[in-house]
Design a protein around this ligand. Sequence first.
Ligand code: COA
Length: 337
Amino acid sequence: MYSSEIIGCGMYVPENIVTNHDLSKMMETTHDWIVQRSGIEERRWVSNDTSTSDLALKACEEAIKSAGIDKKEIDCLLFATISPDHDFPGNACFLQPKLGLTEIPAIDIRQQCSGFIYGMSVADAFIKSGQYKTILLVGAEVHSKGLDKSTKGRDVAVLFGDGAGAVVIRRTEVTDKAKNSHIFSTHLFSEGQHAKDLWCAAPGSGLGTAERLNHLHLEEGLQYPSMNGKKVFANAVRRMCECLMLALETNKVKLEDIDLFLFHQANLRINQMLAQELKIPEEKIFNTIMKYGNTTAATIPIGMSDAVKAGKLKKGMLVASAAFGSGFTWASSVYRW
Ligand SMILES: CC(C)(COP(=O)(O)OP(=O)(O)OC[C@H]1O[C@@H](n2cnc3c(N)ncnc32)[C@H](O)[C@@H]1OP(=O)(O)O)[C@@H](O)C(=O)NCCC(=O)NCCS
């Protein structure tokens, strides 16, 4: 049976750094509040003329280069995002021509902060089934254009940043599980009864109005994300612990066998609690939230690229990832780099 392996990764964040002090000029907040509650010190925001697919393009180009493949070998494009260029078509359709690719399937994944691991799972299944051989998976977000930057929206606005991360996932045959790079497993979960605890209501056909978006929706601020922060926090810790342990048990891997943990970055405190709960040494967790904030579907592949560049992620290492986000959705994966 075929397996899949990550053969290259890339990332891109906009140059414009927005510090907590910058935010305190837009809304009632302070650097200390943001750092104490979330660990975030700064994030990147795009300029007006940059879209989500523009960020994705740069991350994909780096991933293709690092994989050492000709882009014509890519036979499927997967794009995880909650902040697309436009309402429709999907963002993979906008990215495909920018990459100079034609006709290959262009598929969007809408699983928020768990989107990248959901995408890994889809890619892994496509490859195992023999349907595709070389898949480009990108997670990218432009959150800055969709946040309420007034004091009313401060609980959400301070947490999110813009960025993109991409990987090339390719068919491989595993002869030695302990040595060969490959994806061991992915585990995916969701609990839709909590959908409205972290969501963006408008535009939407579920608003009970004749239009998906009207001036009343805008006056109410329904075009901005809203969140039950404490509930999200508690569920994130619980569910990430659960799905991580399940991934380890399934693969008969011990926690101490994992060389690096690449978790989603929603809040540094979530990852610290995870580490405390599971007794993971802090040096084995690679955090990026301090400088990028939460970049949703882009977070884990940005972490991969940053970790490679920092010399923390090396070929042959056993890696575990877990994520939790809106939906609620959560997911985990174990893979040998
Ligand atoms: C958002 C979050 C940082 C808030 O931290 P918290 O400890 O729960 O804080 P609270 O919501 O209880 O707010 C405490 C106070 O700070 C205020 N506050 C909220 N945002 C603030 C900000 N940016 N700056 C200053 N004060 C703020 C609140 O209004 C509240 O004031 P009050 O006590 O006068 O009502 C935290 O709940 C969190 O990280 N949740 C998970 C978020 C997440 O993971 N989201 C993405 C999922 S993928």
